[in-house]
Structures are given as C-alpha cells and as structure tokens.
Design a protein. Structure first.
Length: 674
C-alpha cells in the first residue's frame, strides 16, 4: 500500500487551522459562489462559519451552513455580491468597512479566496469605534469652531487680551495688544515683557502676574501704558486671572486690560464740577448769610424803634403810618427768611430731625394759631383728625409745622369766603405707615396749566395775584423741597373758582411718647409780663453796633436792670472775668473776637475758677438753620435773633434768669426767636 509521506503534516495543519478557526474573536465564514445558466454569479452559499460569526450576527451554525446567502440575509442579491464575486474569481483579497443597515451596525470586513470560486470573510463589529470616532470628529469640529470663534472674538474686542505661561512668556494676544507692543503676534509669542517695555514697567507687570497666581483668582490693578504704535498714553484697568489645567495646576495667566482714561477724565470733570457747584453754593450761602445779617441788623433798629414809638402818644395818622412801617418791615423779614430757608434746603443743609412727635397735637396747635388769621378774613378753619394720630410717630416737628403753616397760610390768603379744611388720616394697610395730610380751600383755584409751576420758586399763578395777594412765591417751593427731603410727595388738585386741595403723603414710623418739651421759642407777640423780676439784674451786652446798643438800652429803660456795654468779644471776656454779671447778651459777629469765641473763653474761665456759670444769651442777626445750635455748642443758654421786639427780649430775660430758669438745668432747651 502506497502511503503519502506528507499526510501527517497536512493533518496537523488542518487541525491547527480548525482550532484557530474556532477560537477567533472575529466572525469567519467560508463561501462558494453560485452561478446562473449564463455563468454569472447570482448568489453565494455559506459553507462553514465559526462561533464568533454566530455570536456577532445572532445566526446559528446549523441555520446557515449549506444555505444560500440570499435566503439567510433576506436580500436579493445578497450583501456585497459584486465585491465577493471579484475576489472569488480573481483570487485577489480586499478589505473594506461598511454599515450593514438591517442590523444598524458597522463592520470591518477582510475578504480572501482560499480556492477557485470560493471566498472567505473575516469581519469585526466596529460600531462602537465608529461612533466614538464620529463623536470625536464632531467634538473636534465643535472645538475648532469654538476656538475659531474665541480667537475671532479675542482679536476683535477693543480691550487688550493676552495669554502668558507660568514663566511670563507670551502664548497668544489679540490685535489691540499687537498695537500696544508695536509687533505682530508671531513676534510676541515666546517672549516676555522685558523684550518690549522698560525694566521698571516689566517688573510691575510680572509682579501683578505673580500676585494673581498667588491669590488663586482674578487680580485687578490700574496702570498707565504708552502704545508703541502711535504713542497714546492711556490709563488701563487690568485684570489678570490664573489659568489651570485639568488637574487644577496653574499653567499661566490670562490678562485683559480696559481703557478707563475717558472714564477717569469724566469722573475728574464731574468732581471738579461738583466742587465748583459746592463752592458756588457756599459762596451763595455766605452771601445770603451776610445779606441777612446786614439787613437784620438795621431792621432790628427799625422794628424796635417802631414798637417803642407805638407805645408813645400818637395821633391816628401817625399810628397808621407806623403800622404800615411795621407791616413792610415784617414782609421784608419774611422774604429774607424764605430765601435763606430755600437756599438751605436746595443745598442739602436743611437738617431734618427724627424725634417723637404727636401729629394730632401739631395739627391742632397750628390750626389754632392760624385760626386767628382766618377769622380776620371771615373764614372758617376746620380740622378733621383720624383718631389713630393721637399716637406718636418719628419726624421733624419744626419742619412739619412749617409745611402746615405754609399750606394753611396760602389757603387763607387765596380764599375770600368759605372755609379752609385740614385733614389728617393714615393708610393703615401700608408698611411703614403712610401719613396723608391735606389742606383744602374754597378759594380762587388754579388752572391746569399752572398746577406744576406753582411749586417752582418765585412763581405764582399770575403776576396780578402777586400784586393783589402779596407773597414771594417761595412758600410752596420750600414745602415741596422739605416733603421730598422727608421721602414724601406733594401734589395738588384744583379747579378755577372752586378751590384747591394740596395732598401730602409721608412715610412715618411709630415712636414712644415723650414728656412735653421745654418751650423752644418765645411767641413773637407775647405781651410784656406784668410780673417784674424779683431783683434788678446786672447785664453785660457785647455789641459793636451803636444803633442796636441804643435800642436795647431803650428797651431796658423803665426796668430795674443795669446795663453795661462793650464793643467786642475780647472786652466781654475781660469784663466777665473781673466782674460778676447776672446775664450776658452776646452778639456773634464782632471785631477782634466773635461771640462764639468769647462765650467759650468765658465758660473756660468759669470752670477754671470754680465759678457758677453766668446766663449767656446770643443776640444776633445770624438766623440760618444751625446757627442756634452753634450758639448752644459754644456755651450759650439761648439764641435770640434780630430783629427782636421789646416784649420778646424781656420775656427771654425773665425766662432765663427768673423762677423758670431755676427749675431748668442749663442747656435743657433752646430759645430761638426769629
């Protein structure tokens, strides 16, 4: 029997091939082409498959082996027939990737021919890899687009933008930064500040780089720089932020510098403008204060001597002339006070207090005071007060009275018949509580074109009204300014010939009740007291005006008091140190030493010598808001303003030196008579 000497080797090779065939992770299948009668390949038969084939495609070995591909895959012609026919007939292998739609999977397929009209396929499912690659492509595309967008954005922004590494070397910059250094980005990248600017400025830049890195967050500073391209010298606000890698390690610094030269110039111009305005306001205030002082000083003599003349024997014509003189004087003083008040409010110097006030009492007392004026015109002055306002709130009593007097005075002035009504009520639903105050009249009314203008200074509805009714047109301007300073609002409703209603809304907070305060002022028309002081007083008056000295001497004529006069503050200090006086009347504006300085010196000498304090009353033409407080702070017991009437002066002397003064501690109250 003839034996083939190579058969054992062939058997071993076949065994090894079969073992490899079965163990491969790739799907492997052996096929044979099927031809029609014309010799064209129309299908292929599956001869053998490995386990991986079944695992990948989900088709068992028994189901596919020996079957036509068109029957197994459900496609005619079967998948990739043209590629497989070419390999089977030519014997040349190939490799391709394809998405097999029935399974929605991607495969990497290798094809080779093991024999005539046969081909074998080795395929791997690469769906996950393809999906990953696709995602990566999209991500890279998005990243590239974002990078391009960011680069375009950085290059077009007007600010300077740059990136440095941790050693201070430039990584990138924008066009504006190129203009600053006078170089293209390619010339800047890889270099440091020391290659472009002087050492001191480069040191400063590096210092702020390191500060941002050490801080771990944005660091901002201002610095002047000069553009190399055109020599512009600009102030920049520079923000530097450390850049970090995925592990959080600092890898560099991002810098952005914004030109704030124009902003600083505007701020400086605004500051200079504000300083000029404040200087102008101060100059105006000083002028008004001086004007007030210079007018009040002679007016003190005019009003005072007029009062004294009224006490003498006059015929009816002389008395009528004197009354007109007094009315003209009072009108002039009211005008001065209004101008000063408006100036203080506009300049923001009108101080507002927050103290416990009883609103109902303020309304009732003001209505009672103004009722005399209304009765003289034959008008009814009525009030309607919400009972809730017998409680206390926080506010400025003096300013609230001023607002009421202004509004009631206007209503009475412009009403010929009928009534004026004051209403006080609260909006209990609001928090904080809203005070609603209204003053209504049945007077001449206001046309719609003038409803806003009447709140402007020196404005009245018509110039004819000013001639008929008088007034300066300042009262409502002051009232609105005060209301707005109190965070409130005021508006008016009116019809011509039917009257007007002024509405005020103010936010007021509740406050605990307090005892009635010591009287802050002596009523202007208070008559001379019948009760005389228990003993004659030694009075020292410091006054540099001979006319005012004569007036006060005349006021005290007929009293038991003895008056001594000095002409300046230094003389007052010397006399007070060498003699004891019961009272000192202290003018404020005097040569050598003013009244504030003199009062402080007298108080210091009293404390040093262990003497009881002498009563000192400021008697001055200083009538601005805050002047009375200055007098008290200097050591005065009260503040009287010129012009002052005889009854007021005598009442103030009695109040501060008589029985009432003994019941009251020093500086417990403020006498402020205008």
């Amino acid at each position: 029997m003839n034996r083939d000497p190579e058969s054992p080797h062939r058997h071993d090779d076949a065994q090894r091939f079969q073992t490899l065939f079965q163990a491969m992770n790739e799907g492997v299948a052996l096929h044979e082409l099927v031809f029609d009668e014309q010799g064209r390949a129309t299908d292929y038969r599956i001869l053998e498959v490995n386990p991986a084939y079944s695992a990948i495609l989900g088709l068992s070995k028994e189901a596919v082996e020996g079957e036509l591909a068109s029957a197994i895959y459900g496609q005619t012609p079967p998948p990739y027939l043209e590629i497989f026919r070419e390999v089977g007939l030519s014997g040349r292998g190939t490799r391709f990737e394809s998405r097999y739609e029935p399974m929605a999977r991607h495969f990497d397929i290798s094809v080779f021919s093991p024999g005539p009209n046969q081909f074998a396929t080795i395929f791997t499912d690469i769906t996950e890899r393809r999906d990953t690659e696709e995602s990566l492509r999209h991500a890279l595309g998005d990243l590239e687009r974002e990078r391009g967008f960011l680069k375009s954005l950085i290059r077009t922004v007007p600010d300077l933008v740059w990136l440095k590494d941790g050693e201070g070397r430039y990584l990138a910059c924008n066009s504006e930064f190129e203009r600053y250094f006078g170089a293209a980005e390619e010339e800047i990248v890889g270099k440091t500040d020391y290659d472009f600017v002087d050492r001191s400025q480069a040191d400063s830049f590096r210092e702020h780089d390191l500060k941002a890195i050490a801080h771990g967050g944005p660091s901002t500073n201002e610095e002047w720089i000069t553009y190399a391209s055109d020599g512009r010298h600009l102030l920049m606000e520079t923000t530097k932020t450390p850049m970090r890698d995925a592990r959080g390690q600092v890898i560099g610094v991002l810098g952005i510098a914004h030109d704030i030269t124009g902003q600083r110039e505007s701020e400086q111009a605004l500051t200079e403008s504000r300083n000029r305005a404040e200087s102008a306001n101060r100059a105006k205030s000083e002028f008004l204060a001086t004007m007030s002082h210079e007018i009040r000083t002679p007016m003190n003599v005019v009003v005072g001597l007029g009062d004294l003349l009224l006490e003498s024997n006059l015929d009816d014509e002389q008395r009528a002339h004197l009354h007109r003189l007094q009315q003209a004087s009072n009108t002039l003083l009211e005008l001065i006070d209004s101008i000063l008040d408006l100036s203080a409010v506009e300049a923001g110097r009108a101080s507002l207090r927050e103290e416990p006030v009883e609103l109902a009492r303020i309304v009732e007392e003001t209505v009672g005071m103004m009722g005399v004026v209304a009765e003289n015109k034959g008008l009814r002055l009525e009030r309607h007060v919400d009972p809730v306002h017998h409680s206390w709130v926080r506010g400025d009593e003096r300013r609230l009275r001023q607002v009421l007097v202004n509004l009631i005075g206007n209503a009475v002035k412009f009403t010929e018949r009928g009534r004026v009504t004051v209403t006080l009520e609260a909006d209990r639903r609001s928090r904080p509580e809203i005070l609603r105050l209204s003053v209504s009249d049945t007077g001449i009314g206001i046309g719609p074109d003038h409803l806003e203008r009447i709140f402007e200074k020196f404005t009245q509805v018509d110039t004819g009204y000013a001639r008929r009714y008088g007034g300066t047109g300042l009262g409502l301007a002051i009232t609105r300014q005060l209301i707005e300073r109190m965070d409130g609002r005021i508006h008016v409703e009116s019809r011509l010939d039917h009257g007007s209603t002024f509405h005020i809304e103010l936010p007021l907070l509740s406050a605990p009740p307090v005892a009635a305060p010591f009287p802050a002022a002596i009523p202007e028309e208070e008559p001379e007291r019948a009760r005389q002081p228990q003993a004659a007083l030694r009075i020292l008056m410091a006054e540099d005006s001979e006319d005012n000295t004569l007036l006060i001497q005349t006021y005290l004529k007929g009293t038991p008091h003895h008056l001594e006069v000095v002409g300046d503050g230094e003389a007052a200090v010397r006399r007070a140190a060498s003699e004891r006086f019961d009272l000192i009347l202290m003018d404020i504006q005097m040569p050598l030493m003013d009244g504030y300085q003199a009062t402080r010196a007298i108080r210091e000498a009293e404390r040093g010598g262990g003497h009881s304090p002498t009563v000192i009353l400021a008697l001055t033409a200083h009538a601005l808001d805050g002047d009375a407080r200055k007098s008290l702070e200097a050591g005065c017991d009260g503040h009287l303003t010129k012009p002052i009437k005889k009854a007021q002066l005598l009442a103030a002397i009695d109040t501060h030196t008589g029985h009432e003064a003994k019941q009251k501690p020093r500086n417990a109250g403020l006498t402020n008579t205008k």
